[in-house]
Design a binder for this molecule. Structure first.
Ligand SMILES: [Zn+2]
Length: 294
């Protein structure tokens, strides 16, 4: 990256860590910093401003910030942010005031999807969905390279309903895939199956691979509702690609491969995210170069 090339600062706010880096239009990253996220609204804000100030240089043209939870991205308002107490903070306003840089806040899955799509130029046009599997299940929608927000918070794939009489979900409905196919749900399935408490996900996979029927049933019960939700989404939207990301994205794609995918009118590639935990920070920087909302 030459000194004259324009860059943006990407910031990825997670439940545990906050990352910041300078990102070029090619997706190349410089000065990548990672710190444990500070507790408390003002401590968090001070940390974010300090990281942006440290990473920004004369080439920096803007700042993108990905946060967990629901974001009214068109208006830059954080509606809720999981375990973090940052809802309602005017992050773009504070960055503008202190650093005279334009800033955009988005859901972290939107940022990760921008980076994953950038890494796959062959699907840059058209509709791409991302579903993230971690403690909960989230997602994002990109249409011709620009985020698609719907009425403001589209992409909440964790709340697609697959069983109307299923467990009650945080959102108020019953039987959302988050209650069946999240990391939290996998922990519950492991316990219910009588497998050793606290068994790591990779050990469940290992046992299933060695022919342990209990472990293999756990994975099928975990991934089955997820497959049904994806099937509904792809019949409805006909996307070019579905990227499965988040901390358990690779594992979910592995578990899906064990499920019979019977022939159907509908289909599209389902791939694991390939940028790992750097997707959020790269995408947050690239957001400043991306087209605006559809
Ligand atoms: Zn729900």
């Amino acid at each position: 990256m030459t000194a004259s090339a324009r860059t943006a600062v990407g910031v990825d706010v997670g439940g545990t860590n906050i990352r910041a880096a300078r990102v070029g239009a090619t997706g190349a990253m410089e000065d990548h910093l990672i710190e444990p996220v500070e507790a408390g609204r003002e401590a968090f804000m001070a940390q974010l401003l300090r990281l942006v100030e440290t990473v920004a240089d004369d080439s920096t043209a803007g700042v993108g910030i990905g946060v967990p939870g629901r974001v009214d991205a068109a208006n830059g308002v954080i509606l809720s942010a999981g375990y973090l107490d940052i809802a309602g903070l005017d992050i773009p306003g504070r960055i503008r005031q202190r650093l005279v840089l334009e800033a955009r806040v988005e859901n972290d899955a939107t940022m990760a999807l921008i980076a994953e799509a950038h890494a796959r130029p062959e699907v840059a046009q058209g509709l791409i969905l991302m579903v993230t599997v971690g403690t909960g299940i989230g997602g994002a929608i990109l249409l011709d390279g620009a985020p698609w927000y719907g009425g403001g918070i589209s992409g909440q794939f964790g709340h697609m309903v697959v069983a109307g009489d299923g467990p009650r979900c945080n959102c108020g409905r019953r039987g959302c895939i988050e209650t069946f196919s999240s990391g939290t749900a996998l922990g519950r399935l492991v316990a219910e199956a009588g497998l050793q408490e606290g068994l790591k996900t990779r050990d469940v996979f290992q046992r299933a691979k060695q022919g342990d029927k209990t472990a293999s049933d756990v994975l099928i019960n975990w991934a089955g509702p997820f497959r049904r939700a994806l099937d509904s989404a792809l019949a409805a939207f006909d996307p070019r690609l579905i990227v499965v990301g988040g901390g358990l994205g690779q594992e979910m794609v592995g578990a899906l491969s064990e499920i019979d995918n019977e022939g159907s009118w509908f289909g599209c590639p389902v791939e694991a995210a390939k940028l790992g935990d750097k997707a959020g920070v790269i995408g947050a920087g690239l957001r400043c170069f991306a087209r605006d909302e559809r």
